[in-house]
Design a protein around this ligand. Structure first.
Ligand code: NAD
Length: 426
């Protein structure tokens, strides 16, 4: 569960995440000579739903919450994308996250488009009963757009498998039968997939390993700093430390901990569970989020929220490579600075795609009512991520562009071809 955005995020003011995505799509489409109409389609969201809905609180009062569900593009298949519960979410952020999902699904070549949902709330201050009533009402409000063939939600910041279970149950109650494929990231007992919970972190590690090999580094000799110690950051740190990497620092919204010799990630996860934060961990010393970004290390994994690395703090970064666990953690201006400093970046739409890849596997398993073993899930994930990383690296070398531009080129090429082949209705 995410807390309020911390100091690192406050330093970075981004007026519109969606405008940043639009402008990048525009640049890449121009570079690729994509048709103007197709470019315009990609720069706009297909459907934007805003819902204001009442929830009965435990004190007997009724509170109105605002939620969103955006489908950016569905030319390659149903919309796919998580649901975020966070006090600061808004329509602009949800649109940006939906657009990144379209690009992400295309870069790893899944038959999905992109979507995203959100509710402006702080789940940490809600009781289980309030959270359940909020989720069921939100699911009802957006049931006009979600469905296994149209738009399939999943967990994101502030949501979890239990919340997906309530959405699946609410949708199923209204249909009169169990609809496994309406959400992914469900608990195993009701059609979840083995290997889904750590899939995003595992995908980040696959990318880190391939990028390290490309740069002549090896994971077992690498030092790592992780910003954001939630699902993505925590699992990435855990798997990397299992491969022998030294995790020298991690942080959450309250601050960070540092140990030059390496943090014991298992104990740190326990400490975070017990105390709610990574601060005051016995095996390290407290540092700030800004200090974490400026550490000498081989690999930096931003895995918190979008826009945490921006022009003011980007020059302090000394890592050799950045693997973007979070969506959109680096602003356009920071991206330029890091590029000038020759830092190798594995972009979000590739680096954190492991989650949606295993979500796709979950959807396939649920639709066929045939469930795979965990080793089968992992080996298929490895294959998809390997292929996508190789393709993006090849485009980057062939076109002499950054990995980010190469990932956008690979994705936009696929989506543009789909739009071209389908044609414009009517
Ligand atoms: P989470 O809520 O489990 O974890 C987020 C973590 O970031 C928390 O530890 C929080 O304290 C920390 N944080 C928040 N603001 C911070 C700041 N300013 N500085 C440092 N830490 C801060 O969420 P998550 O599911 O791990 O998602 C993290 C990011 O990864 C998001 O951008 C999300 O969209 C992206 N992502 C998640 C998945 C997934 O499967 N969960 C898949 C793809 C991408």
């Amino acid at each position: 569960m995410v807390e309020q955005k911390g100091a690192a995020a406050e330093l970075c003011e981004v007026t519109s995440h969606f405008e940043e995505v639009r402008s990048r799509i525009d640049n890449i489409c121009r570079k690729m000579h994509i048709d103007e109409g197709i470019t315009a389609k990609l720069k706009n969201c297909k459907r934007e739903l805003v819902v204001n809905f009442p929830v009965k609180m435990d004190n007997g009062k009724v509170r109105i919450f605002t939620g969103y569900r955006v489908e950016h593009n569905t030319d390659r298949g149903p919309g796919k994308g998580g649901i975020r519960y966070h006090p600061d979410v808004n329509l602009d952020e949800t649109k940006a996250l939906a657009a990144w999902m379209t690009l992400k699904c295309a870069v790893v070549n899944l038959p999905f488009g992109g979507a995203k949902g959100a509710v402006a709330c702080n789940p940490k201050t809600l009781s289980q009963g309030e959270l359940e009533r909020l989720t069921r009402r939100y699911a009802s409000e957006i049931s006009i757009t979600i469905g296994p063939e149209s738009d399939i939600p999943a967990p994101d910041v502030g949501t979890n498998p239990q919340i997906m279970a309530w959405i699946m149950d609410t949708y199923s109650m209204n249909r009169g039968y169990s609809v496994l494929g309406v959400v992914t990231g469900k608990p195993l007992e009701i059609g979840g997939s083995k290997g889904r919970f750590d899939a995003t972190g595992r995908g980040c590690v696959i990318c880190a390993r391939l990028a390290a090999r490309h740069l002549g580094l090896s994971l077992d000799k690498s030092t790592v700093a992780v910003q954001g110690f939630g699902n993505v950051g925590g699992t990435t740190a855990g798997i990397l430390s299992g491969y022998g990497s030294r995790i020298i620092a991690v942080s959450d919204s309250s601050g960070g901990v540092y140990n030059e010799k390496g943090l014991d990630i298992k104990n740190l996860l326990r400490h975070k569970k017990e105390t709610g934060s990574v601060l005051d961990f016995k095996g390290g010393e407290n540092i700030t989020n800004a200090e974490l970004l400026g550490l000498e290390c081989d690999i930096l994994v931003p895995a918190a929220l979008e826009g945490t690395i921006c022009a003011p703090n980007a020059p302090s970064i000394k890592a050799k490579m950045i693997v973007e666990g979070a969506n959109g953690p680096i602003t356009a201006e920071a991206d330029r600075i890091l590029g000038e400093n020759r830092i190798f970046i594995v972009p979000d739409i590739l680096a954190n795609a492991g989650g949606v890849v295993v979500s796709y596997f979950e959807w396939v398993q649920g639709t066929q009512c045939y469930f795979w073993r965990e080793d089968g899930v992992r080996s298929r994930l490895q294959e998809v991520m390997d292929n996508a990383f190789r393709e993006v690296l090849e485009v980057s070398q062939h076109e002499k562009v950054t990995m980010r531009d190469a990932a956008y080129m690979a994705a936009i090429g696929r989506i543009a071809r789909a739009i071209q082949i389908r044609g414009i209705f009517p």
